[in-house]
Design a protein around this ligand. Structure first.
Ligand code: FE2
Length: 141
């Protein structure tokens, strides 16, 4: 069973829609998160109260400076985790859902350390290649 999307998921999607197309409508967010538009309205009202978005019915969702900064941080976290799973050889078709599953459960401290690791791995393509070869070898045995 999929967990109900939380505040961070909504903010992440709002940020992505605004980044890609300049606007975020409640219906877009509902489609992206596979939830009812009424759930989006409820969450967006909460995000508005907490200072992350400006929301006017029929006008769409805008990010405040705070929402923009936090949205950016969330998207960066998602991307770094995708990169991490990709480097260690997780199957491409598993990556998105795995990241959606774990991202909200890691501390920012853990994210920072994974970021360091990903950067170190990117500086060592030889090691990454070796990892990949080891995986292939294990499969063959
Ligand atoms: Fe995500």
């Amino acid at each position: 069973m999929m967990a109900t999307p939380g505040m961070e998921d909504y903010l992440e999607q709002i940020y992505l829609h605004i980044e890609r197309s300049g606007l975020a409508r409640a219906s877009d967010i509902a489609d992206s998160l596979d939830v009812l538009p009424s759930s989006v309205t409820k969450m967006v009202q909460r995000l508005d109260r907490e200072g992350y978005v400006y929301y006017e019915r029929y006008k769409g969702i805008e990010l405040t400076d705070r929402g923009l900064a936090f949205g950016k941080k969330l998207v960066k976290r998602h991307d770094i985790l995708e990169e991490f799973l990709r480097i260690i050889g997780v199957k491409e078709e598993k990556i998105y859902e795995d990241v959606e599953g774990i991202e909200h459960h890691l501390s920012w401290n853990a994210i920072d350390r994974i970021t360091d690791l990903v950067e170190a791995l990117e500086r060592n393509p030889k090691f990454v290649k070796q990892l990949k070869e080891d995986r292939t070898k294990q499969k063959d045995e």
